[in-house]
Design a protein around this ligand. Structure first.
Ligand code: MLT
Length: 264
């Protein structure tokens, strides 16, 4: 797997296939592995790049907070390093927050957007307090203490009932995230802008994709995204929770493929 040093951080990424570039960003506290199935499904026709955001997966852990703007800058620098000018940019959950920050900063580099299991709104006061205390727990007790309660919210009831191996694998992946990165991401998300006003500024084709059973960013929020972005298309993936590309890889990949194949 390749690495690139961009600015002050060494990022790991997968870069497979050929054709128009598609960059897919993972959520919190996840890694590029959530896009394994779509990457495999798209690489015959697209160059699919899936980085580990700083602190996550095999990328370097740096001091936080990891603001959404800083993560967007990392993506832009990675594209510079790979000599790619314009991309289709997608992101899941926190990755979607980064996508919206990227749009604000580098709109000219974007051909199309994919907003997956994510939302535009910033955190309210209660969410900010919760982020702060969860960051503290991660630093004091480790990542496992934070992720233990997350699985039932991340995964759909059907996934939890029918795919025990997948659930165990997701839990193990989450627990592997460095606690400093967990805290740095939480503190960065806590400070993120409310992206609601950004939505109306989007002038490229946009796909909003959500799991039918996503509890963290439910279909109602996806509909708000779709309503906010001119001409956006909505795909609801049946029997998926917050991790649609992991829980329903075939349906998610097919929705992505259909969107990409129709781009001008
Ligand atoms: C994620 O999956 O990236 C998180 O649920 C985002 C968040 O905590 O807001």
């Amino acid at each position: 797997m390749p690495f690139a040093t961009v600015g002050d951080v060494r990022l790991c990424y997968d870069d497979e296939g050929g054709g128009p570039a598609v960059v897919l960003l993972h959520g919190f506290p996840l890694g590029r592995w959530i896009w394994d199935a779509p990457r495999a499904a798209l690489r015959d026709r697209y160059r699919v790049i899936t980085p580990d955001l700083r602190g996550h997966g095999d990328s370097e852990v740096t001091p936080g907070p990891y603001t959404m703007d800083a993560l967007a800058d990392d993506v832009a620098r990675l594209l510079d390093a790979l000599q790619i000018e314009r991309v289709v940019l997608g992101g899941l959950s926190m990755g979607g927050y980064v996508v919206l920050a990227f749009w604000r900063r580098f709109a000219a580099r974007v051909r199309a957007l994919v907003l997956c299991d994510t939302r535009a709104k910033g955190d309210d006061r209660g969410e900010k307090v919760m982020r702060q205390s969860t960051a503290q727990v991660a630093l004091e007790q480790g990542t496992a203490a934070v992720v233990d309660g997350m699985l039932p919210k991340l995964l759909a009831p059907r996934t939890l009932a029918e795919q025990p191996d997948l659930c165990a694998a997701v839990r193990a992946r989450l627990a592997r995230t460095d606690p400093r990165a967990v805290a740095a991401s939480l503190l960065g998300m806590k400070e993120r802008d409310d992206s609601t006003p950004t939505l109306a500024t989007i002038t490229v084709p946009t796909l909003v994709l959500v799991g039918s059973d996503d509890q963290l960013t439910p279909p109602a929020l996806a509909r708000e995204l779709q309503a906010g972005v001119p001409g956006a298309r909505l795909e609801v993936v049946a029997d998926a929770g917050h991790l649609a590309p992991v829980e329903q890889p075939a349906a998610t990949s097919a929705a992505l493929r259909d969107f990409l194949d129709r781009l001008p």
